[in-house]
Design a protein around this ligand. Structure first.
Ligand SMILES: [Zn+2]
Length: 85
């Protein structure tokens, strides 16, 4: 009889833990995925050769000057860089 009670308590603990852990695991997985995407975005940083600022590649102005690809933070930087080169 004592074993059955112990078994029931363990089983109840397991059920409660599982109910509590599943949403936790789900949020953890979402958090991991979010971390991954934010990390890959952080890797996509490019430097403006004119003002030396780092900008995300997606928002940067892309220009090919003399066969080389450059990324600029603004049109002004692009124009100034073109003038100087
Ligand atoms: Zn700039």
């Amino acid at each position: 009889m004592r074993y059955i009670i112990i078994f029931l308590i363990i089983y109840l603990c397991y059920v409660i833990l599982r109910k509590a852990l599943i949403p936790l695991l789900r949020t953890y997985k979402l958090f991991k995925r979010y971390q991954k995407t934010s990390n890959s975005n952080a890797k996509e940083m490019v430097q403006d050769p004119y003002c030396q600022t780092y900008i995300p590649k997606e928002t940067a102005l892309k220009a090919t000057i003399g066969g080389e690809v450059f990324y600029f933070c603004s049109r002004k930087c692009l124009e100034e860089f073109k003038k100087n080169s």
